[in-house]
Design a protein around this ligand. Structure first.
Ligand code: HEC
Length: 151
């Protein structure tokens, strides 16, 4: 009795491993297409966005190592594609004035910390947190753009 239970456990572990190997074969789109019309601003604002946001909001994604291991990779890859659809700094210049203003006012509370965003990512990659200098520079860029547009 004890013996056969052990055997069936070993069998199901075997199945799990086989399944894990098979799901690695599901092809995922991890391409970084060429940037069409990238955001052009100065450092340290640009550096900050690149480090903290470009993983999911640009075509310059530094594909995280976990994005190669299914099933985690499915979740990460989906987030990156959704993020790019919603806001893509690599295509920033293609947005209309109104779209840019809308995005800027969506970005602002995320940068200032008033709105939580991509929390799991921030926990997994603490080295991708914005520095105070980067944060201030990005907020200054946003304010500048918002005022510029009013005049
Ligand atoms: C791990 C991936 C990931 C990272 C990193 C990330 N985002 Fe996002 N972001 C998303 C996804 C996915 C969406 C789309 C969410 C939706 O539509 O529900 C999104 C949506 C947005 C939006 C649209 C409005 C909103 O609040 O949903 C803004 C603005 C935004 N992100 C800004 C940023 C900024 C600024 C950073 C860097 C500080 C950042 N994101 C980092 C994944 C990410």
């Amino acid at each position: 009795m004890y013996f056969s239970r052990k055997k069936s456990l070993r069998n199901s572990a075997g199945w799990m491993i086989t399944l894990l190997i098979i799901i690695q074969l599901v092809p995922l789109d991890r391409k970084n297409p060429p940037e069409t019309a990238p955001l052009a601003i100065n450092n340290p604002a640009l550096q900050g966005l690149e480090n903290s946001c470009y993983t999911c909001h640009s075509f310059k994604t530094p594909w995280p190592r976990a994005s190669w291991i299914a099933p985690v990779s499915w979740i990460i890859t989906a987030a990156i594609h959704n993020g790019r659809d919603r806001l893509n700094f690599s295509a920033w210049q293609t947005y209309t004035k109104a779209e840019k203003q809308q995005l800027l006012s969506d970005i602002s509370p995320i940068i200032s910390g008033k709105k939580q965003h991509a929390e799991n990512f921030r926990m997994l990659y603490p080295e991708r947190a914005l520095t105070t200098t980067q944060r201030q520079a990005i907020l200054m860029w946003i304010e500048g753009e918002q005022q510029h547009d009013q005049n």
